[in-house]
Write a protein that binds this ligand. Structure first.
Ligand code: KIV
Length: 303
């Protein structure tokens, strides 16, 4: 069996990282991904979980929030991420209004993301109100990740992107929701934008791993939106984001150089053009004439 098959992260291996309420081994490192090329790059970095987040509405589609993202959008992007990944667990978000109507609607939506998109688990937002939907999906054999704290699909109720569970009553509700989600069958739980002490309390209160985003260092794992991590998103930057690269600047710089070279007639040059000479038996095969470098084979669909 190939090594990456042996290492393959599943919902149950992830769940098993927490034993008797404590994390065993390394913390869980998760990132979002929305297409095959990024999935391949992030999977090669040994990211444990690739979340096809409905944040794609903001960073890919340019929307102000995640509310307009459709199930079709999620299936399309999940399919791409699944194609690009091999080791990481692929978890896809159920978008707004694809699970809130009834447990049956939730199961149908989750089933489509798994059957048509290839997701290995789904994530949905909310506390006790979504427990019947979670149980229904889990009973059908689909692993579910929960999401509490700042739940962006409720942005209009929350009144913006704000830190949650700041007072005692809200903190107690959060802990009760987390316990209810665990009982309903989630294999892990995202905690977004809550004070670090609250995240620690929730992490200590449940037996499944917590994955924080803006929830401090005491969670069992962390997730970031990959566009934030890479400096590709030019919108607002939440305090919890650490930019590990400034690819946005590199992209604009590279495009600026390209524009200048095209305008100056410097690109394409001899090296980047096909010769006119007629073919002979001594010529390399068509594939090698088309591309160069370590992955010179022409990807299907590019010829
Ligand atoms: O939509 C998303 O990307 C998410 C993760 C950041 C947790 O929900």
């Amino acid at each position: 069996m190939a090594k990456d098959k042996l290492d393959k992260i599943t919902a149950s291996t992830l769940r098993a990282r927490k034993l008797g309420g404590s994390l065993v081994g390394d913390k869980i490192a998760a990132l979002t991904a929305y297409d095959a090329s990024f999935a391949r790059l992030l999977d090669a970095a040994q990211v444990d979980v690739l979340m096809v987040g409905d944040s794609l509405g903001m960073v890919v589609q340019g929307l102000p929030n995640t509310l307009a993202v459709t199930l079709e959008d999620m299936i399309y992007h999940t399919r791409a991420v699944v194609r690009g990944s091999s080791r990481a667990l692929v978890v896809a978000d159920l978008p707004f209004m694809s699970y809130q109507v009834s447990p049956e609607q939730a199961l149908e939506s989750a089933g489509r993301i798994v059957k048509e998109g290839g997701a290995e688990a789904v994530k949905l937002e909310g506390g006790r109100a979504v427990c019947p939907a979670i149980s229904r999906i889990v009973e059908a054999g689909i692993p579910v990740m929960g999401h509490l704290g700042l739940t962006p699909q409720s942005v209009n109720v929350i009144g913006g992107f704000k830190v949650q569970a700041r007072d005692e009553a809200a903190r107690d509700r959060l802990v009760a929701d987390a316990r209810a989600l665990e009982r309903a069958g989630v294999f892990s739980l995202v905690l977004e934008a809550v004070p670090k002490g609250v995240a620690k309390l929730v992490t200590e209160s449940i037996g499944v791993p917590t994955i924080g985003i803006g929830a401090g260092p005491e969670c069992d794992g962390q997730v970031l939106v990959c566009y934030d991590l890479l400096g590709l998103f030019q919108g607002f930057v939440p305090r919890f984001v650490k930019r590990y690269a400034e690819l946005g600047e590199s992209v604009t710089g590279a495009a600026r150089s390209y524009v200048a070279e095209v305008r100056a007639g410097q690109f394409p040059d001899e090296r980047h053009s096909f010769a006119d000479a007629p073919r002979s038996d001594a010529d390399p095969p068509d594939e090698a004439r088309y591309a160069s470098g370590p992955n010179a084979g022409v990807p299907k669909g590019r010829a």
